[in-house]
Design a binder for this molecule. Structure first.
Ligand code: COS
Length: 383
C-alpha cells in the first residue's frame, strides 16, 4: 500500500517544529545571516524541545524517531532558516556511522553525551584534495601500541568549531584505495585543532571550519566498525542523511515559493496584482509542483530507511531533485520580486544564497547523478 498520510503524532511534531521555526528562528534568522552569528541560544532551545537528535536510539537516551519523522522536522526548521537547520541536524551525520558500527561502550559514551546536554558532533570526511573523491583522502591513522594516532586535516566541517567530538575518516592502508579507509571517534580534548572558520555565501548561521588532527591519539576501541571498512560506512551514512538534506531543500523551496506567492498578490503592475499575469502564474505553478515532488521523493527515501531497506538510489533521487529544485525556485522567487528581489530588505535573496549549498554538500548534484546512473545501469540492490 502506498500511503503518505501522516499520523497524528507526526502532524503534532510538524506543528511543533513549524511553531518553533516561526517564533524562534524566523524573527532572528536574517540578523544571524547578516552577522554570521553562531545560534547557540536557538540550539539550546531546540535541544530542550527535542528538535535535535531525533534519530538517536532510545537505548542511548534519544527519542528513537524514524527517518520520516526526522524529514518532517527538518523541512519545517529549514523553512525557518536552513543555516540554523544545518547546525541543528548535523549531529545526525556524525552519529550515523557510530550508530551503525561502534561498540556498545562507545555508543553509550558518545551518543549518550548528545542526549545529556545540547552538545554537537561533527562528521570529518572531506579534505582539501578529497571532496567528491572520498578515497583520495590523505589523513592517516596508525596503530601505535594501544592507541590509534591520527594525522591530517579536514575541511568544510559543519559545526567543527563547536563540536564536542568528531567522527573522522582516515587511511589505515595507504595502498588500498577505498578499501584502506577506517572510521574513528575522536573527542575534541584529544588534541583536535580548529584552524579556520569559513566566511560563507549562504547558510551563514551554520559553522564551517577546517579541523586538524596533529598526532591525535585515541584508544584502540575508538575505531568504528572494522578496520579498512570505513568507506562503506561513509556511503551508508550518506544514504541515511541525504533524505534530510532533501527535506531541508523542500523547506527552503517552500519558503521561497510562499514569499513569491504573497508578493505576487500585493504587487500591482499594468493595473492588476502580478499574480493575475499568466507569466507569473506559470512560474508559481512550477514552484508548487517542484515542492510537492521534492517532498514525495524525500518521504520515499526516508520510508525505505524506516523499513530497513537500502535506499541509495532513492536517497540520491531525493537529494538531487530537491536541492536543484530549491535553487531553481529561489532564483525564480527573486525573479518574481523583480528589482526588489535583489535588495536585501526584501529577504528573498537570502534563500537564493542559502539554497546553493544544498547542491554542494553531502554530495554535489553531479555526484548524485553519478550514483543514480550507476544504480540504474548496474543495479546492486541488497535489501
Ligand atoms: N552503500 C554501501 N556500500 C556502498 C555504497 C552504499 N551506498 N556505495 C558504494 N558502496 C561500496 C561499493 O559496493 C564498493 O564496494 P567494494 O569495495 O566491495 O567493491 C565500494 O563501496 C566502492 O564503491 P564505488 O566504486 O562506487 O566508489 P567510488 O570511489 O567510485 O565513489 C562515489 C563513489 C563518487 C559515489 C562516492 O565517493 C561519493 O559519494 N562521493 C561524494 C562524497 C560526499 O558526498 N562528500 C560530501 C561530504 S559529507 S558533507
Amino acid at each position: 500500500m502506498i500511503d503518505f498520510t501522516l499520523t497524528d503524532e507526526q502532524l503534532a511534531m510538524r506543528e511543533m517544529a513549524h511553531d518553533f521555526a516561526e517564533k524562534e528562528i524566523r524573527p532572528v534568522a536574517w540578523d544571524y545571516d547578516r552577522d554570521g552569528t553562531w545560534p547557540q541560544e536557538i540550539i539550546d532551545k531546540a535541544w530542550e524541545l527535542g528538535l535535535m537528535n531525533s534519530h538517536l536510539p532510545v537505548a542511548y537516551g534519544g527519542p528513537g524517531l524514524g527517518y520520516l519523522d526526522g524529514a518532517i522536522l527538518e523541512e519545517e526548521i529549514a523553512w525557518g532558516c536552513s543555516g540554523i537547520g544545518t547546525s541543528l541536524s548535523c549531529n545526525g551525520l556524525a552519529t550515523a556511522p557510530v550508530a551503525l558500527g561502534a561498540s556498545e561502550e562507545i555508543k553509550k559514551e558518545y551518543l549518550g553525551r548528545l542526549s545529556e546536554a545540547p552538545l554537537l558532533a561533527s562528521f570529518c570526511l572531506t579534505e582539501p584534495d578529497a571532496g567528491s573523491d572520498v578515497s583520495g583522502m590523505k589523513t592517516t591513522a596508525t596503530r601505535r601500541g594501544d592507541k590509534w594516532v591520527i594525522n591530517g586535516s579536514k575541511c568544510f566541517i559543519t559545526n567543527g568549531e563547536y563540536a564536542n567530538w568528531y567522527t573522522v575518516f582516515a587511511k589505515t592502508d595507504k595502498e588500498a584505495g577505498h578499501r584502506g579507509i577506517s572510521c574513528f571517534v575522536v573527542p575534541r580534548d584529544a588534541g583536535v585543532v580548529v584552524d579556520k572558520h569559513e566566511d560563507k555565501m549562504g547558510q551563514r548561521a551554520s559553522n564551517t571550519a577546517t579541523i586538524t588532527f596533529p598526532e591525535v591519539e585515541v584508544p584502540l576501541d575508538h575505531l568504528v566498525g572494522e578496520e579498512n571498512k570505513g568507506f562503506k560506512l561513509s556511503m551508508m551514512t550518506l544514504d541515511r542523511t541525504r533524505p534530510g538534506v532533501a527535506a531541508m531543500a523542500t523547506g527552503v523551496a517552500r519558503a521561497a515559493m510562499e514569499m513569491a506567492q504573497e508578493y505576487s498578490k500585493e504587487r500591482v503592475q499594468f493595473g492588476v496584482p502580478i499574480a493575475m499575469h499568466q507569466g507569473i502564474q506559470f512560474i508559481l505553478a512550477d514552484m508548487a509542483t517542484k515542492v510537492h515532488l521534492s517532498r514525495l521523493a524525500t518521504y520515499n527515501a526516508a520510508v525505505l530507511l524506516d523499513q530497513g531497506k537500502r535506499n541509495t538510489l532513492e536517497s540520491s533521487h531525493a537529494k538531487r531533485f530537491a536541492a536543484d529544485s530549491a535553487m531553481e525556485i529561489a532564483v525564480d522567487a527573486v525573479q518574481v520580486f523583480g528589482g526588489y528581489g535583489f535588495i536585501k530588505e526584501y529577504k528573498v535573496e537570502k534563500l537564493m544564497r542559502d539554497a546553493k549549498i544544498l547542491q554542494l554538500y553531502e554530495g554535489t548534484a553531479q555526484i548524485q547523478r553519478l550514483v543514480i546512473a550507476r544504480e540504474t545501469l548496474l543495479p546492486r540492490r541488497a535489501d
